[in-house]
Design a protein around this ligand. Structure first.
Ligand code: B12
Ligand code: SF4
Ligand code: SF4
Length: 403
C-alpha cells in the first residue's frame, strides 16, 4: 500500500513540478528551434529531428510524473506480428471474441485506425495491489479467487485518463513550439483494435513472455496503453527477451491454454471462460477452473520475474474485500447488490448472471460442506437457465463425491 501511495503522490504532486519543467523546456527548445525547424507549405514553422528527440525525452518525464512505470516510442508498423494474428484468427483461437476478427484490419494497421499515425507512445502502468496471499486464496477452495488486476478500479478508464493527461501536455508543447505543426492523437487501453503487446515490445518497454504477455525484469503485473499520433517521434529500440529456457508458465497453466511457447488458445484460457464467454462453460474445463471466478493469474504467479515486482498504482487498491471473500457470500449477492458494490470495477462488465455462473462452477469444485451445498441449492430455481444448469452441474459434483 505504501509504495502504491507514493506512486500516486508523485503523480499528483509532480504535476506542478512538471508544468514548471515543461515551461523551462519550452524556453530551451525555443532557442534551439531556430537551428532545428523547417518552414511548411503554409509558411508556418514545423519541428526538426532534434526537437522531436527532445520532445520524446519530455514525454517520458511527463509519463513518469503521471505514475507510469515506463514509456517508449514505436513506429506505426506492426506488420511483423500480423501474420500470426491472422493465423490465430483463422484457427478460431479467439473463440467467441468476434471483435478480434471483425476489426483485424484496423488492428494490423495503426494508420487505418487513426489516419496519419506515424508514432505510437506505449505505456505501462503497474497494478499489483496489497492483498491476501494469492497462492493461499487459490489453495482454499471455499474462497473466491479474483484476478489481481480486477480487485480495484477498472483499469480501462484509469489508464486512458492518465494517457489523456499526457496527450494534453503534448498538445500544449506543440502549440507553443510550432503552432503550424498539425497535431492529432488518440489514446487507448484495451479499448480499440490495437496490437498492444507488439507495440510495447517494439517500443522497448517490455519483451513478450512465452505466456504471450508483456514482461520486464520488474515483472508483468502491469496494464498497457497507447497514444497514436501523427508526430514523427524517434522510435526506441526493443529490449532483449529474458525468458531463456524457462517454461514454467506453460507447465502450470491449469487448462493447457498455453499449448506452445507464445501460443495461447483463448478458448481454453480461464480468463476467457470466466470473462469473455457468454454462454455455458464447457463441462470438461469446469473442474480445472478451481475457485477462479474472474480471470486467472497462474501463468504470471509462477513467473520468476514477478518475484521482483513491487506494489502497483494506488488506484488499483483492493475494494470490497474481494481478495479473499467466501464463495458462498458472493453467491448470495442480489443483482442490485452486485451492481452497487461493483460500480467502477471491471468485474461488473460480466453482469450478475455470468457472475453466478462462475461462482456456481467454483462452488462445484469446493469441498462439499453443508454450507456450500445449501448455497448452491438456494439458486436451484434461479430465473436464468444458464445459472440453473451450472448449479445443477455443481450439485451433481457434490452428489458424486457422496455429500
Ligand atoms: C484478446 C485478449 C485476451 C484473450 C486472448 C489472450 C492472448 N494471449 O491472445 C484472453 C481473454 C484469453 C485474455 C486473457 C488475459 N489477458 Co488479455 N488481452 C487481449 C487483447 C484484447 C488482445 C490480445 C491479442 O491481440 N491477442 C491475439 C494474439 C494473436 O496476439 P498476441 O498475443 O499479441 O501474439 C500472437 C502473435 O502476435 C504471435 N507472436 C507475436 N510475436 C511473436 C514472437 C515470437 C518469437 C513468437 C514465437 C510469436 C509471436 O504469437 C501469438 C500467436 O499465437 C489485449 C489488449 C490489446 N488490444 O492488445 C489484452 C491484454 C493482452 N490482456 C491483458 C491481460 C492482463 C490478460 C490476463 C492476464 C487477464 C487475467 N488475469 O485473467 C489474461 C492472460 C492470459 C494470457 N496468457 O494471455 C493485458 C496484458 C498486460 C500484460 N502484462 O501483458 C492486455 C495487454 C490488456 C491491457 N491493455 O493491459 N486476453
Ligand atoms: S491466464 Fe490461466 S488459463 Fe489463461 S493462459 Fe494463463 S495460466 Fe492458462
Ligand atoms: S514463466 Fe518463464 S517462460 Fe513464462 S513468461 Fe515467465 S520467464 Fe518467460
Amino acid at each position: 500500500m505504501q509504495q502504491g501511495s507514493q506512486v500516486t503522490a508523485k503523480a499528483g504532486g509532480g504535476r506542478l513540478i512538471g508544468e514548471v519543467q515543461a515551461k523551462r523546456g519550452l524556453v530551451m527548445i525555443g532557442a534551439m528551434q531556430e537551428k532545428d525547424s523547417k518552414t511548411n507549405a503554409a509558411g508556418g514553422q514545423t519541428l526538426g529531428q532534434n526537437a522531436y528527440a527532445e520532445m520524446a525525452r519530455r514525454i517520458k518525464d511527463w509519463g513518469q510524473e503521471l505514475g507510469f512505470a515506463a514509456i517508449g516510442i514505436a513506429g506505426a508498423d506492426v506488420s511483423a506480428a500480423t501474420p500470426r494474428l491472422m493465423a490465430w484468427l483463422a484457427l478460431g483461437r479467439h473463440g467467441e471474441m468476434d471483435y478480434m476478427a471483425k476489426h483485424a484490419s484496423l488492428r494490423a494497421d495503426p494508420g487505418r485506425l487513426l489516419p496519419g499515425t506515424l508514432s505510437v507512445i506505449s505505456a505501462r502502468l503497474t497494478y499489483w495491489p496489497e492483498a491476501a496471499d494469492a497462492e493461499k486464496v487459490l489453495a482454499d477452495r471455499e474462497l473466491a479467487y479474483v484476478s489481481r488486476y480486477a480487485l480495484g478500479r477498472d483499469y480501462h478508464k484509469t489508464v486512458r485518463q492518465r494517457l489523456q493527461a499526457l496527450a494534453d501536455r503534448l498538445r500544449g508543447d506543440i502549440a507553443a513550439l510550432a503552432p503550424a505543426q498539425p497535431f492529432s492523437c488518440r489514446v487507448f487501453s484495451d479499448s480499440a483494435p490495437v496490437l498492444e503487446t507488439e507495440l510495447a515490445r517494439q517500443s522497448g518497454i517490455a519483451w513478450r513472455g512465452k505466456h504471450t504477455l508483456s514482461l520486464t525484469r520488474g515483472g508483468s503485473w502491469h496494464f498497457l496503453g497507447e497514444i497514436y499520433t501523427n508526430l514523427p517521434l524517434p522510435p526506441d529500440a526493443p529490449i532483449a527477451d529474458h525468458c531463456g529456457d524457462c517454461r514454467r508458465c506453460l507447465d502450470v497453466c491449469p487448462t493447457q491454454a498455453i499449448f506452445a511457447p507464445y501460443e495461447v488458445d483463448a478458448r481454453r484460457c480461464i480468463s476467457y471462460l470466466t470473462i469473455e464467454l457468454q454462454g455455458a462453460i464447457p463441462v470438461d474445463l469446469r473442474s480445472l477452473i478451481g475457485n477462479r471466478i474472474y480471470g486467472c493469474d497462474d501463468c504470471q504467479l509462477c513467473c520468476p520475474w514477478n518475484r521482483f515486482a513491487g506494489l502497483g498504482d494506488a488506484d488499483f487498491a483492493v475494494r470490497n474485500g474481494l481478495d479473499a471473500m467466501p464463495l458462498a457470500a458472493l453467491f448470495a449477492w442480489s443483482e442490485e447488490e452486485f451492481n452497487r458494490r461493483l460500480a467502477g470495477s471491471a468485474l461488473r462488465r460480466i453482469g450478475h448472471q455470468r457472475w453466478l455462473r462462475n461462482i456456481a462452477v467454483a462452488l462445484g469444485n469446493a469441498p462439499g460442506s453443508p454450507a456450500i451445498v445449501a448455497a448452491l441449492a438456494s439458486r436451484q430455481d434461479d430465473p436464468s437457465p444458464l445459472v440453473r444448469e451450472h448449479v445443477r452441474w455443481a450439485l451433481a459434483q457434490h452428489t458424486a463425491r457422496g455429500v
